[in-house]
Design a protein around this ligand. Sequence first.
Ligand SMILES: C[C@H](N)C(=O)N[C@@H](CCC(=O)O)C(=O)O
Ligand SMILES: [Mg+2]
Length: 367
Amino acid sequence: MKITDIKFAMLRVPLKTPFKTALRTVESIEDIVIMVHTDTGHIGYGEAPATAVITGDTHGSIIEAIDRIMKPKLIGQDIADLNHVVGLIQNGIIRNYSAKAAVEMAVYDLWGQLYDAPLYKMLGGGVPTISTDITISVDYIDKMVTDSLEAIDRGFETLKIKVGKDIGVDIERVKAIYAAVEGKALLRLDANQGWTPKEAVYALHKLEDAGVRLELVEQPVKARDLDGMKFITERVNTPVMADESSFGPREVIELIKMRAADIINIKLMKTGGISNAIKIADICSVYDMQCMIGCMLESSISVSAAAHLAVAKSNVITKIDLDGPSLCAFDPVDGSVKFKDAEISISDAPGLGIKSIQGLEALTPRS
Ligand SMILES: C[C@H](N)C(=O)N[C@@H](CCC(=O)O)C(=O)O
Ligand SMILES: [Mg+2]
């Protein structure tokens, strides 16, 4: 099975409700979809969001990196030589992680199709059902409480509460939500870099002293502030998770050596795809460190790839934040990974199991 072409499209899916974090507000998913064609007629699918504020990637940079750098190297390559193909994707250009993730997942999709097995089985197998949290956008306190209760009614047992806007209001936000949902859902916080180290310690002590039990706090301070992450990790009981501070395996090793976090959030768009995500999971398993699998604002194309990985690495990926499809107004994909509120289940179609995608707008890269 040899690669013959890579085609591009834009996928736009409105969100059910605006997604609001300390970093940005977004109303729809607008992601690049790629289709890797082969001489056997099989097609591998990949997706990349342009999360400029976190990864630095834009639609233009994703298309250019794939079309100008990766595609010429990949045409004619045999999918059976997976490690060689992955090397070509990873080593032809630095950074550009979302572009690499999209191409890699399409190649892994084809690798599963080549051997007629679902990707999670190719990666080691596992129980193909997982349960995700859902994000509660940062907003007025009453709105966040209402959104939290609605999420619980939909069956979500873990809520990822976005904070990081104003430390005083954030403390009140979390206390109000905790009072409303105690015993019905587990709370995890994500400050998306919005606090200073001292603010984070202050807020978490206030919450801990008030009896608010949190599963974890994600990325309290600036991505580059590893000393700040360590300062917080040493001072609070709530486990601290690195998201924007950890992209690839090297950052994870650095965080582990520094003891600057308790948990790592693996996202394909930060690792540059599945191969580095596997390395991170393996490193964390050596150091008895748990991982979350997360996503950006992604549809069920790339979130399916993350779900396959999470199933295969469930020994270390114990926390799931794959709510992209649940945040969307509809699922444009007909595939073998089903997203039904909190439950994500994978049936045994080969590769990623994507049959068709509604509403793709074809894109032609600039010549
Ligand atoms: C969607 C997911 N639950 C999430 O919160 N992801 C990111 C932010 C993604 C974005 O801004 O597109 C995170 O910070 O964990
Ligand atoms: Mg995060």
